[in-house]
Ligand binder design. Structure first.
Ligand code: ACO
Length: 325
């Protein structure tokens, strides 16, 4: 397997901010309930920018920051559970928007683990001699798939996109060390969105309404607090890294309490578990790279540090990367 380095990080969120207090004016909820149960204080909501628009903003930033030309990209992967359409893929729209005519582009659907899964696919592609430069983005406009009458899910999510540029690095000073990915399809019913019915409409005009987001929050909570620490332990073991060597645990931002519970299970200090859920809510596939970019831009990540990225969610899925940043 090639040694793969994260070259750049970038992110973009829609301008509009909706606070918990604002939500409590349109549904039976409160800032107190949302913030004590989840840690969320506000989220960014897209008014008219679709997922590909947010992802294109990230793609352009990544190119500007790195000085890479769009034509030099070999592969673009977008992880999303809220694509613009069944087809074309959101990644193909981004490829067209930035005119990366030499890049192959496709989407990955693994909900909140999507970015983690996409990173592994990218790493494997980079083992091929003809793939040198890869862009991986996680992007979501979840506000368009939420049921805004359902307080049990609507308060939890937000919109945004973030991503990375990857390339081979033979110096081994920075590299993605090991991964652990696992899927639990038998538990998929605990988190569903956009279900279509296989009912033949012939010869009528289609009257399709995709089902909105539904989640059994308690089951997903139990899944996350059990499976995420197990995945982190397996990935660290594969990388031959002890948990104490990890400086930053950059976890999917679904619920601050889930992260506290994971820290406790791993017997690691909570201050190694970075949080930005208060500002963005759960942005699914965008959440891990959004936090990664925030820490990177603030200068809190140093080259050579050991960091862990871990996601979990719809599928159900879980995934972890151990990275020498
Ligand atoms: N405001 C006020 N009250 C509410 C709200 C709300 N927004 N939502 C639910 N309630 C009420 C419920 O109706 C219930 O009332 P009752 O006791 O009178 O019936 C009470 O609050 C408790 O509801 P629970 O669902 O039991 O609340 P819980 O403590 O389990 O917290 C939560 C819910 C925050 C969703 C939690 O279960 C959770 O975080 N689960 C994990 C979700 C997650 O991690 N998802 C990530 C995957 S996302 C992805 O892959 C896209």
């Amino acid at each position: 397997m090639a040694n793969v380095k994260i070259i750049q990080t970038a992110s973009f969120v829609p301008q509009k901010v909706v606070t918990n207090d604002e939500l409590s004016k349109i549904m039976d909820t409160s800032d107190e309930w949302i913030s004590t149960r989840t840690g969320i204080k506000q989220r960014h909501i897209s008014l008219d920018e679709n997922t590909s628009v947010l992802c294109t903003r990230v793609a352009k930033q990544l190119l500007t920051q790195s000085g890479w030309s769009a034509e030099s990209l070999d592969l673009i992967i977008v992880a999303t559970m809220s694509p613009d359409s069944y087809t074309p893929a959101t990644a193909a729209l981004v490829q067209g928007n930035i005119q990366a005519q030499n890049a192959v582009a496709f989407d990955i659907s693994a909900a909140c683990s999507g970015f983690i899964y996409a990173l592994e696919v990218a790493k494997r592609f980079l083992s091929s001699p003809d793939i040198k430069r890869v862009m991986v983005i996680g992007g979501e406009v979840l506000s368009k798939v939420l049921d805004w009458q359902d307080r049990t899910t609507a308060v939890l999510f937000g919109d945004g996109a973030a991503g990375v540029l990857l390339a081979k690095d033979e110096t081994k000073q920075s590299q993605i060390l090991a991964a652990d990915l696992k899927t639990f399809g038998d538990q998929g019913k605990n988190l569903i969105a956009g279900t279509t019915q296989a009912i033949c409409q012939f010869p009528n005009t289609r009257d399709e309404k995709l089902e909105a987001f539904q989640m059994d929050g308690r089951e997903v909570y139990k899944f996350a607090t059990h499976e995420v620490p197990a995945s982190i332990e397996r990935a660290c073991q594969k990388a031959d890294i002890s948990l104490d060597e990890v400086t930053h645990f950059i976890l999917h931002q679904a619920n601050a309490r889930i992260i506290q519970s994971i820290a406790k299970r791993l017997k690691q200090p909570l201050d190694k578990f970075d949080l930005n859920i208060a500002d963005y809510g759960n942005t699914s596939a965008a959440s891990v790279p959004l936090l990664l970019d925030e820490l990177n831009k603030k200068g809190q990540l140093k080259r050579g540090q050991i960091i862990v990225l871990s996601g979990f969610g719809g599928g159900l899925t879980v995934g972890t990367h151990v990275i020498k940043f």
